[in-house]
Structure formats: structure tokens, C-alpha cells
Design a protein around this ligand. Structure first.
Ligand code: DGL
Length: 282
């Protein structure tokens, strides 16, 4: 198998995987959740980079020619270095490749989201709800400045949201408390916001709560759909990479935690039984 690898610190990337597989059911997929070391949000640049590179290498070792970092924190803190420093060194372009790119590739979730938001906001004021790591990296601001310099961005770190999802508390009263608190805080900082990016792949699990505490005129953007569309167009534009992918319609799951825990939660997120394998990353 030469599957598409999908990586997240935990369960959140399943929200992206679900949309990608729905849009492109023909490919094989390999999902890896580093649940034992989640959340990544509060961790340093160095650690997020180290953990992400370990995960990417594991997915390459399993045969994936292409890996999607279905994690904003990893996309914000590790993607550039992996793309610019590690891949050209580890997998230099082959003579038969016409695009001159490394033979293995890694893509993130921030760029496709930033591309999409320009068509969604009218006031040109947007909010980003994300982990501390993503907000403090200012990656969204940097990407927006390149594509939509007229947009004003306000980032809101939501450090309790990932633990609520990882611990299966996203429908609890505790989730109401933290979601309402962060939404109110964000909107008080910029009342002109008319679009909010759920800039963490765990957050679609909290969508109903976020919707309940956000005024109806504000659009909420979950990333899965944008990432799936962007991947589809990427594969159209890069036929050499597309030809490397196997098309058996299968999906396998790996976790650094106990597979039983992963299976139970992933089955709820995906609506079908999941049988994950344990893996140790180093
Ligand atoms: N799903 C990850 C993201 O999109 C969560 C990060 C974490 O583990 O804190 O940022």
C-alpha cells in the first residue's frame, strides 16, 4: 500500500480525515494519532517539531508518499522546517519527476483555510480559535498577510478545548463554560468579526457548543472541507504524486496510546468501528 498519511496529536485529525475520505474514497489512508503525547498546544516549538518529524517519518516508513498534518499546531510549528529543510535532504527530487519537488511530501491545514476565508468574510474582520501554540506562532496572521492583507485577525487561545475533546468531555457542562468564555472574550476584543475559523482540528467536535454561543450572523469555519478540496486540487496539479498513491479504498489507524481507548473514541467520531494498532514513536 502507498496510502495518504494523516497525522494529528490525537483525535482531532479524524475530523479532517473524514472529509478527505468522503471527497476521495478511492485512495488508501493511514491515520496516526499521537494521543499519548497530546495536547501539543502548550508545547515548545522544538518539541512539536521533534514529535511531528517522528510521526512523519513513521508514516513514510509505512509507505506513505504524502502526509497531511491534520493539526494546526504541527502545521504552525513544524511544517515549514520539514518542507524546506528535511524533505529535500531526505527525499531529493528524482530524475523522472517533472516538478522538481522531493519524492515524499508533507502538506498542512493552515494554507487551505486561509485561502478559503477571503470569500467568507464581508466585514474583513475574522477571529481564529486555536491552541496557544498556534495563536502564539502568528502563522495565520503571516499567511493572511500574504493572501488577504486587508483582513484584520484576532486570535483567541482556547487551551481547555483540546483536553475536553481528548477526554471525551466535549458535550459536558464544562465544555459550555469554556466555550462561552472564549467566544465572549474574542467578540469583546473585536465586535466586527463576521467569520471565525475553528483553527484546531479538534474543535469541530465542539461545533454545536460554539454555534450556540456565537451570534447567528457570524460564520463558523471548520477546516475539513477546505483541506479536502485543496488536496483534491493539489493531486490534480501534481500527477506524479497522484500516480504514487495506491487506490484500494482502505484505512488503517495507529495510535501511541492504548488502542482500546482510541477505538472507542474514533468509532464515535467516524460512525464506524475502528481497530487501531499501537505504535511507539522515537
Ligand atoms: N488538532 C490539533 C490542532 O489542530 C490540536 C493540538 C493539540 O494537541 O493541542 O492544533
Amino acid at each position: 500500500m502507498r496510502p495518504i498519511g494523516i497525522f494529528d496529536s490525537g483525535y482531532g485529525g479524524l475530523t479532517v480525515f473524514r472529509e478527505i475520505r468522503q471527497a476521495m474514497p478511492q485512495y488508501d489512508y493511514l491515520y496516526l494519532g499521537d494521543n499519548a503525547r497530546a495536547p501539543y498546544g502548550p508545547r515548545s516549538f522544538e518539541l512539536v517539531y521533534e514529535f511531528t518529524l517522528q510521526a512523519v517519518r513513521h508514516l513514510f516508513d509505512q509507505g506513505c508518499p504524502l502526509v497531511i498534518l491534520a493539526c494546526n499546531t504541527a502545521s504552525a510549528k513544524a511544517l515549514r522546517t520539514i518542507q524546506q529543510r528535511d524533505l529535500p535532504r531526505l527525499f531529493p527530487p528524482s530524475g523522472t519527476d517533472t516538478d522538481g519537488l522531493p519524492t515524499r511530501r508533507v502538506l498542512g491545514v493552515i494554507r487551505p483555510t486561509v485561502e478559503a476565508v477571503g470569500d467568507i468574510t464581508h466585514t474583513r474582520h475574522i477571529g481564529i480559535m486555536a491552541t496557544q501554540g498556534t495563536v502564539r506562532s502568528h502563522t495565520y496572521e503571516l499567511e493572511l498577510a500574504k493572501l488577504h492583507p486587508d483582513i484584520t485577525v484576532t486570535g483567541e487561545a482556547c487551551p481547555m478545548w483540546v483536553p475536553l475533546v481528548e477526554n471525551y468531555e466535549y458535550e459536558s457542562d464544562g465544555a459550555d463554560y469554556f466555550v462561552q468564555k472564549n467566544i465572549n472574550h474574542l467578540l469583546a476584543r473585536d465586535p466586527l468579526i463576521d467569520a471565525i475559523i475553528l483553527g484546531c482540528t479538534h474543535f469541530p467536535l465542539l461545533y454545536n457548543k460554539v454555534r450556540a454561543y456565537t451570534p447567528a450572523h457570524i460564520q463558523l469555519m471548520s477546516q475539513g472541507e477546505y483541506v479536502a478540496n485543496s488536496l483534491k486540487s493539489y493531486l490534480r496539479r501534481h500527477p506524479t504524486m497522484e500516480a504514487r498513491l495506491s487506490q484500494g479504498g482502505a484505512a488503517r489507524f495507529f495510535t501511541t496510546e492504548q488502542p482500546d481507548n482510541f477505538n472507542d473514541s474514533a468509532a464515535i467520531f467516524l460512525n464506524h468501528p475502528v481497530l487501531a494498532q499501537h505504535v511507539t514513536l522515537a
